[in-house]
Design a protein around this ligand. Structure first.
Ligand SMILES: Nc1ncnc2c1ncn2[C@@H]1O[C@H](COP(=O)(O)OP(=O)(O)OP(=O)(O)O)[C@@H](O)[C@H]1O
Ligand SMILES: [Mg+2]
Length: 281
């Protein structure tokens, strides 16, 4: 079994030995896997490296969500308005104005490559301080969401949702009073689960199941992936307007209750469907 960052390889129902790799998006692993795939076309590569690569860029990762039309569903799923600045930090204020983005903004490194630096995020309260940031960056409108985030884990056809604490709302008053760009800690690794917290139902209520099922199915097809998670927030003050802010490949499934069963069911299902497809001799 090849677990780190990339796909599971199944060869006639036997797993390959586990290869250890320190990085979630190691280029070496990427080429090893590509090479292996070419030499062993009989092996099922669950999630193709090229599709995984798509999630390592914060601009391309959200494109498929932006293209979705779920208007016939119970709710709306959008992506925050955003723009990309590749080079000149001094051009950021102008680029933000050109794109018509509203403050405050979240500044995120464009490429997610498994390093701590690629997860260094900043909140920007005024346009002039934006030049202090280091491109290449995605600048995204901050969406007030009541401080709760939904992590939606996809394992093939299975969907599991957990609640995590997130950044608090930013009021107009605070925005008017504060200036500058501020680095904020990696909330996802620090935050405790919000599943047992006494949350205001208008904030903590899970997104409708039918919406999640449709979203997961569409993204599985469009991204061409089976093992990923979606970070989604509900726009504060609405019941059913959601924003996808991040998609991660092969996330820490340990955070979902009963993940062992979800995973083994998925793997057993794969082996069974492989055997079913085999021509009988
Ligand atoms: N547009 C946004 N509006 C409001 N909050 C946001 C927005 N984008 C990000 N955040 C907050 O910042 C956190 C981290 O953002 P994001 O998931 O995009 O970055 P990341 O580097 O992948 O972080 P992590 O690895 O912790 O998930 C989110 O969990 C959320 O709390
Ligand atoms: Mg995230």
């Amino acid at each position: 079994m090849y677990t780190h960052g990339y796909s599971f390889l199944l060869s006639s129902g036997l797993y390959l030995p586990h290869l250890k790799c320190p990085s979630l998006s190691c280029l070496f692993c990427y080429f090893v896997l590509k090479d292996y795939q070419q030499k062993h076309p009989e092996v099922v590569v669950l999630d193709p490296p090229d599709a995984i690569e798509n999630l390592h860029n914060r601009q391309s990762m959200l494109q498929d969500v932006a293209d979705l039309d779920l208007s016939d569903c119970q709710g709306k799923v959008c992506v925050p308005r955003q723009t990309v600045v590749n080079k000149d930090p001094l051009s950021i204020p102008h680029e933000v104005m050109k794109a018509g983005l509203k403050l405050p903004l979240v500044a995120k490194p464009l490429v997610v490559d498994g390093t701590a630096k690629s997860h260094e995020l900043f909140l920007a309260y005024d346009e002039f301080s934006l030049s202090e940031l280091e491109p290449p960056l995605v600048l995204q409108e901050f969406v007030n969401h009541g401080g709760v985030l939904f992590k939606i884990y996809i394992v093939g056809e299975a969907i599991k949702v957990v609640r995590r604490f997130s950044l608090p709302n930013i009021s107009k008053r605070e925005l008017a009073k504060v200036a500058g760009v501020f680095r904020f800690p990696r909330v996802s690794s620090a935050a405790a689960s919000a599943d047992d917290a006494d949350l205001d139902p208008s904030v903590g209520e899970l997104p409708p199941r039918s919406l999640l099922e449709r979203l997961a199915r569409e993204l599985r097809l469009r991204l061409g992936l089976q093992l990923f998670n979606i970070d989604m927030i509900r726009e504060h003050g609405t019941k059913d307007v959601f924003y996808v802010i991040d998609i991660n490949y092969f996330p820490g499934y340990g955070k979902i209750p009963d993940y062992e069963h979800t995973f083994t069911d998925f793997l057993v299902g794969l082996v069974q469907s492989k055997y079913r497809k085999r021509p009988t001799t």
